[in-house]
Write a protein that binds this ligand. Structure first.
Ligand code: ADP
Length: 497
């Protein structure tokens, strides 16, 4: 390992070139770079942004050593002290909103406005858990025995390992690290290989806010499996928290099982979006256009099956297609860009394959339907925002998560059938319902087997609300009061007096 100078925030990223500095990792309070780095590229144009330290199992172990050693002192700090540090981190993140958003757009590709919103969302978790840190209340439980008293306390679970994805490269870090720190846990974190620079800057903020050496450790790598193996198998790690795909989540859960770690898994989704016949089709279509194309469709809560009642389908599709066909694709820093690039070539192929399969099986492409390669778009992984109608059960897109800018519309006739159609998936993260009938809304809310249900609402997420899925969409909840409990052990004291 070679030491590199601690570079000021963002300077490292802006000035870095292939043969100068390699973006560092944070282990035991020291910013360290590996001798060779892996490239991080802008998905909009293929430009190399930086070389980043390529950590191995050795660095992962050093990070766990540090987090394990730091737990003894961090876990006994007062929750008021930890709250104050998180509060400072919140202030710092808001002060750097514009720079972080710009970096995110270059590294991940989402339009600048969406990146700015994400930094705000990420900061919301710092504030929320700064507040929740002070509310780790215990309980006193009356006993049936006159001589007995029960009290319940909460204690930090221990060292936490976190693995985060590229699609929300700042907020998925604070959603895990903020509650872990609030609870008194120490952390080792591996960000996605596509977006390590955002992670570096978040860790700089946490360090500047006063998180002590060893309490938070960042291991970047181009080869996630060996680092993931250490995180899953090391007995000193007491909790694994993961956001990413269902296959990887399943594999990590299995690797973590022998050491009986607690796990939180925030995995894939296949959200239904139901528009009942009494709903306003124009209003619903505007909502669908916004939430489906959020982050170019690369969000686990994006609708993947849009069920519209036959009576209002024409008006719905017209409005949706008219909005979608006006969405401009390009480099997210450009004026008026709504559609950024997909993360990589494989993602582009997956989307194109699903659309081709639907078309071959009889779906109609109302707009879009192909990769975008005109001019500068050829340098990135762009796909035209697409609306499909006539989507049926035998099509790939009906079953598989798309993670791209394609809105598949399924027309339904019978209101009694649509809930069963919506529930016909192994996933269970988000669902959306448009209706003006209170009974229909309540029935749908109760019967849909999903963790998050938006009723006439396309943004049912907030740092103060529990986020998470059922079934193959995962285990546990993030944000809200529940988000803190995920990092706490419950301890019962029974006193005979
Ligand atoms: P996606 O398919 O959306 O890229 P992944 O589940 O592959 O989602 O990635 C989410 C996170 O999981 C990333 O940080 C990635 O590096 C990590 N990851 C992928 N494979 C493994 C693995 N075998 N072990 C540990 N982490 C992994």
């Amino acid at each position: 390992m070679a030491r590199v100078l601690f570079t000021p925030v963002f300077q490292s990223v802006k000035n870095m070139s292939a043969d100068s500095t390699i973006a560092p990792m944070l282990i035991n309070g020291e910013w360290l770079s590996t001798h060779a780095g892996f490239p991080v590229v802008n998905p909009a144009n293929g430009e190399q942004l930086a070389l980043v330290s390529d950590g191995t199992a050795d660095e992962a172990l050093s990070a766990v050593d540090a987090a394990h050693a730091a737990f003894a002192s961090w876990s006994v700090t007062t929750c008021h002290h930890r709250s104050a540090i998180l509060y400072r981190a919140w202030e710092l993140m808001l002060a750097r909103k514009a720079e972080l958003a710009d970096l995110m757009t270059r590294e991940q590709g989402k339009p600048l406005r969406a990146a700015t919103n994400e930094v705000q969302y990420a900061a919301d978790f710092l504030l929320w858990f700064a507040e929740e840190a002070k509310r780790m209340y215990g309980e006193s439980i009356p006993s049936a025995r006159g001589d007995q008293r029960f009290i319940v306390h909460h204690h930090p679970v221990g060292v936490v390992a976190a693995i985060t994805p590229w699609n929300y490269p700042v907020s998925m870090i604070t959603r895990k690290v903020a509650p872990a720190l609030a609870a008194g846990c120490t952390v080792v974190l591996k960000p996605a290989e596509a977006t390590p620079l955002c992670a570096v800057e978040v860790f700089r903020i946490l360090e500047e806010a006063g998180v002590p050496a060893g309490v938070i450790n960042l291991v970047t790598t181009a080869s996630p499996a060996p680092v993931g193996k250490v995180f899953c198998e090391d007995e000193r790690i007491k909790k694994l928290t993961f956001t990413g795909s269902t296959p990887v989540g399943r594999k990590l859960s299995a690797e973590a099982a022998p050491s009986l770690k607690r796990v939180s898994m925030e995995l894939g989704g296949h959200a239904p979006f139901i528009v009942y016949p009494d709903a306003d089709p124009v209003h619903a279509a505007k909502g669908a256009a916004l939430v489906k194309f959020l982050n170019t469709g690369q969000a686990c809560i994006c609708p993947n099956r849009i069920f519209v009642h036959r009576n209002i389908a024409t008006e719905f599709v017209e409005t949706l297609a008219s909005r979608v066909s006006k969405m401009k694709a390009g480099d997210g820093r450009g004026e008026g860009i709504a559609i950024g690039p997909l993360v990589n070539e494989a993602a582009l192929h997956k989307v194109d394959k699903q659309v081709a399969d639907a078309r071959d099986k009889g779906a109609e492409i109302v707009c879009g339907g192909q990769p975008l390669t005109d001019g500068n778009l050829a340098q990135g992984h762009f796909y035209a925002p697409t609306v499909l109608t006539g989507v049926r059960e035998d099509m790939l897109i009906y079953r598989e998560e798309t993670f791209g800018p394609v809105a598949p519309v399924v027309v339904f006739d019978d209101e009694d059938d649509v809930i069963a159609m919506a529930n016909d998936t192994h996933y269970g993260l988000a669902a959306y319902v448009y209706t003006n009938n209170l009974s229909t809304a309540m029935r749908a809310f109760e019967q849909l087997r999903f963790g998050i249900i938006g009723i006439n609402d396309i943004n049912p997420t907030s740092a103060s609300a529990p986020f998470g899925g059922m079934n193959h969409s995962g285990l546990g909840r993030e944000g809200a009061r529940e988000g803190l409990l995920e990092y706490l052990e419950t301890k019962l004291g029974g006193f005979s007096i």
